[in-house]
Ligand binder design. Structure first.
Ligand code: X8Z
Ligand code: ZN
Length: 632
């Protein structure tokens, strides 16, 4: 698995990780205790026995880690890129090997960083040492062979997820097609069939008898052992430690934010359940039960845009369908990406480099297995930025392209920082950049770029807000529970026997949904979501949903917008671009509240901008739901 600082695809295949990467030049674990840094060897103090490490030792150590990270990180990223865009025996072998080395080195450095725990150091050095300690996404124990075992498991899980075959009506159907079908089909039996088949993959054994489920349990054991060696309670606590605050305080912060936005979700759930009840009747959608997960227009019921037609407030449909418009105006995948680039250019960002267009994978190749889950990459800590997507011409992918480009522009903005700081202020920031831009894709903007011919008037506002809510509001509890589940797994509260039960308990409690049929303990339904076998933490997306609206509001204020937030587009605002860039170029060099303040003036993540954005819809939903018995 990967190092946070190593390879840096955002949202990429498991093996690779997310943040930036790891550490420095080589030495194996056994040497760590005895090998002094260069300065220790030359500085007079270091010859005195028992003298503790000095600031100069720490500086040398950090420089070593930075150098190794820069060099190995680029190598690792290129190996990971080749594997993600051409999955086969050999590329899996290569990525496993690189991953093993990255983990071994990262763990070694993380352990070594602890030597400086008691030294009084300048803030920036202390921050770099903390980054080194947290640099491994999933730490392996340092005993020989453990990193290789963990890397093998993770490569196998990731590849099994991406290449798992699903047959429908006697034909193997590409996974991305199945995802689209979940938003289009309205036959409950067919939906249930696709939903169920998708979830056979995590429990289907390979030739050696491994399943995603059995591998997941092995991964948990190893990663926990590794995390404990590094001084964390478990791997979940390690993941929660990346937020410049105590891991328990971070969990409480997530709950606080959820409390702010939950009223939006509760009203939306109540309304959508009633609409589904009208469509399918009491037997399929009883009004006092959680909603059947396969009916919500999405493979994971995480966003509900597939049901926009069904949810549209009467008389307030936006009068255009972005998917239809993209098709009607002859867009292809590349033109969608060009359009996204155009938005960033309008804010004053430099155009994407030529190499982006030469090296990105924008559509699904016909002749090989690839990891279709969208991701954005920075391969050389500089300008070799790319996206990897199996783009379809539809509104969903229009949004996802902006999301991915947000990662790329962030990566480019902080490229002059130390490699240890070349990541988001926190994980939520990285996911929120392109999403903030998406909120500026208003009808006015679409007209300006020629995608629609007429701007719907204010009588369509509720329809526009509803579409946005089916995306952003619907997502909130899913964004929250993914890692609640993982935290329970890593802490041992859930075991392989209770993985699935624990999953559905959370799905019911937070989302108010239920499986279409009983799911026994033998299933592993969380494994049907990319980020679980991929070991990509998910709290970042929940935070991004909140930050996205907070950023949007700040941007609209900077642009001097005075109308309703959902009609604000900051397209073309150089003032917004400049302030935005001030936050982006900081990377993780300062605690995230400083970055947040640089753009928004606030030092707290805050759900109130999201609530303000949706206020007119919330009022309307409350009226609609009057007399209904909401909840489950
Ligand atoms: O995984 C992603 C991105 C890559 S970072 C496409 N997202 C989450 C998901 O698909 O589940 C974006 C929204 C949530
Ligand atoms: Zn992302």
């Amino acid at each position: 698995m990967t190092k946070r600082h190593l390879a840096r695809p955002f949202g990429a295949l498991a093996a690779v990780s997310i943040l930036a990467l790891t550490a420095a030049c080589s030495r194996d674990a056994a040497d760590t205790e005895t090998t002094a840094t260069n300065s220790a060897a030359t500085a007079p103090e270091s010859v005195i026995e028992d003298a503790g490490p000095t600031e100069a030792d720490a500086a040398d150590f950090i420089a070593e880690v930075e150098k190794w990270t820069r060099e190995f990180g680029e190598y690792y990223s290129r190996v990971a890129w080749v594997q993600a865009t051409y999955i086969n025996y050999d590329t899996n072998w290569l990525v496993t090997k690189a991953d093993t080395e990255a983990t071994e080195k990262g763990v070694e450095f993380a352990n070594e960083a602890k030597r400086f725990n008691d030294l009084d150091l300048p803030t920036e050095m202390r921050r770099k040492l903390e980054a080194i300690k947290l640099g491994v996404n999933l730490p392996a124990p340092s005993r020989p062979g453990a990193a290789a075992e963990l890397a093998e498991i993770n490569t196998r899980m990731g590849a099994a997820y991406e290449t798992g075959k699903i047959e429908l009506d006697g034909k193997t159907v590409p996974r991305s097609d199945l995802e689209v079908m979940m938003g289009e089909i309205r036959d409950p039996a067919k939906l249930q069939e696709i939903w169920t088949k998708w979830r056979e993959v995590p429990v289907t054994a390979d030739a050696d008898g491994n399943t995603i489920k059995s591998d997941y349990a092995k991964m948990v054991k190893l990663a926990n052992e590794g995390a404990r060696e590094l001084g964390y309670a478990d791997a979940g606590a390690m993941w929660r430690s990346r937020y410049d605050m105590d891991p328990n305080a971070f969990a409480a912060e997530m709950d606080r934010l959820w409390g702010q936005v939950k009223p939006l979700y509760d009203e939306l759930h109540c309304y959508v359940r009633a609409e589904l009840n009208e469509q399918y009747g009491d037997d399929v959608v009883p009004l006092d039960q959680p909603i059947r997960a396969d009916l919500l227009g999405n493979m994971w019921a995480q966003t509900w845009g597939g049901l926009n037609d069904l949810a549209a407030p009467e008389g307030a449909s936006p009068a255009y369908d972005l998917t239809d418009q993209l098709v009607a105006k002859g867009y292809d995948a590349e033109k969608i990406v060009k359009t996204g680039e155009g938005f960033f250019s309008s804010l004053g960002f430099e155009p994407l480099p030529e190499t982006f267009w030469e090296r990105s994978m924008i559509t699904k190749p016909a002749d090989r297995e690839v990891a279709c889950h969208a991701s954005a990459w920075d391969l050389d800590w500089a300008d070799d930025i790319r996206i990897k997507m199996c783009t379809s011409v539809n509104a969903d992918d229009f949004r996802t392209v902006h999301h991915e480009l947000g990662h790329n522009y962030y990566q480019r903005a902080y490229q002059d920082k130390s490699v240890l700081f070349q990541t988001g202020a926190n994980g939520g920031f990285h996911e929120a950049i392109g999403d903030m831009i998406s909120l500026s894709i208003t009808p006015e903007y679409l007209k300006e770029i020629g995608l629609i011919d007429e701007v719907p008037d204010a009588s369509k506002d509720l329809g526009l807000l509803m579409n946005e809510a089916m995306e952003g509001v619907a997502f909130l509890p899913f964004g929250l529970l993914m890692d609640k589940w993982r935290w329970q797994v890593f802490s041992g509260e859930l075991t392989p026997e209770t993985y699935n039960e624990g999953w559905w308990n959370l799905r019911e409690e937070y989302q108010g949904i239920r499986p279409p049929a009983d799911r026994g303990a033998n299933y592993f339904d969380p494994g049907g979501k990319y980020h679980i076998p991929g070991n990509v933490s998910y709290e970042r997306y929940f935070l991004a949903r909140v930050l996205q609206f907070q950023f949007h509001k700040a941007a609209c204020d900077i642009a001097g917008w005075e109308g309703p937030l959902h009609r604000c587009s900051v397209y073309g605002s150089k003032a917004v671009g400049a302030r935005f860039n001030a936050m982006l170029e900081m990377g993780a060099s300062e605690p995230w509240p400083e970055a947040l303040a640089a753009f928004t003036g606030s030092r707290e993540m805050d759900g109130s901008a999201m609530v303000a954005y949706f206020q007119p819809l919330l009022d309307w939903l409350q009226e609609q739901n009057e007399g209904r018995s909401c909840g489950w």
